[in-house]
Design a protein around this ligand. Structure first.
Ligand code: DX5
Ligand code: ZN
Length: 216
């Protein structure tokens, strides 16, 4: 069965803890924490202090941190200390991917590498052996509520095939525009971890929405 990571970018920030408890109770397996620096992406979201508070309020949750920032290396330790379990950074960031992966592992977290829609999935292949997760962006990073870009499906299929050939099993995560239609398409293409923001937080019945995404 696919797992579900709830993108808290779509939460009500005035009652963030409560909203996160609600989606976890509804069936989300983890919380997806979107960090934006206003430089790598044209938007600013939230950072270390928010993760620290959320982790203190919900210590049992698994924190899937997605760094959409130009200089991930400088922030790995701070996010790890604040409660991150898994830290994903972008191949298009300005830091050396091997150095960032090493720093994430040294900080005791799982390491993920993400590619934007304009980057070929093949660009992630040299790092596959070192990774716990590959994140395929199915929208341009920066904003929730965008429309799913279907070429992400081919990238997932390619990554799934190469992982099988090499005997590897990192999570294959997809992020952006995931809903009841596109979620199952991603799962069929090879994704085993779906990020959902607006579809999950905006649903009248979050448990029903989660079930639609986690269908085997
Ligand atoms: C976009 C973020 C996503 C976003 C997904 O830059 O990385 O995690 O919150 O939101 P939806 O599911 O609404 O497309
Ligand atoms: Zn994200």
């Amino acid at each position: 069965m696919t797992q579900l990571s709830a993108s808290i970018l779509a939460a009500d920030f005035s009652r963030l803890g409560e909203d996160c408890r609600r989606v976890l109770a509804a069936g989300a397996d983890m919380l997806h924490f979107d960090v934006m620096d206003g430089h790598f992406v044209p938007n600013i979201s939230f950072g270390v202090p928010v993760l620290h508070s959320l982790h203190a309020a919900l210590p049992e949750a698994f924190y899937d941190v997605h760094l959409m920032i130009s200089h991930p290396l400088a922030y790995v330790d701070a996010f790890a200390k604040a409660g991150a379990d898994l830290i994903t950074f972008h191949l298009e960031s300005e830091d050396d991917p091997d150095a960032v992966i090493g720093a994430i592992h040294a900080a005791g977290c799982k390491a993920g590498l993400s590619v934007k829609p304009g980057t070929a999935a093949e660009a992630a292949l040299p790092f596959l052996e070192k990774l716990d997760l590959v994140l395929v962006m199915s929208v341009e990073p920066g904003f929730g509520g965008q429309k799913f870009m279907p070429p992400a499906l081919d990238k997932l299929a390619l990554l799934r095939g190469v992982c099988a050939e090499r005997g590897l099993s990192p999570y294959l995560e997809v992020d952006g525009g995931v809903d009841a239609v596109t979620g199952p398409q991603c799962a069929a293409a090879g994704a085993d971890l779906l990020v959902a923001g607006s579809f999950l937080f905006g649903a009248r019945d979050a448990a029903a929405a989660a079930r639609q995404l986690k269908r085997p």
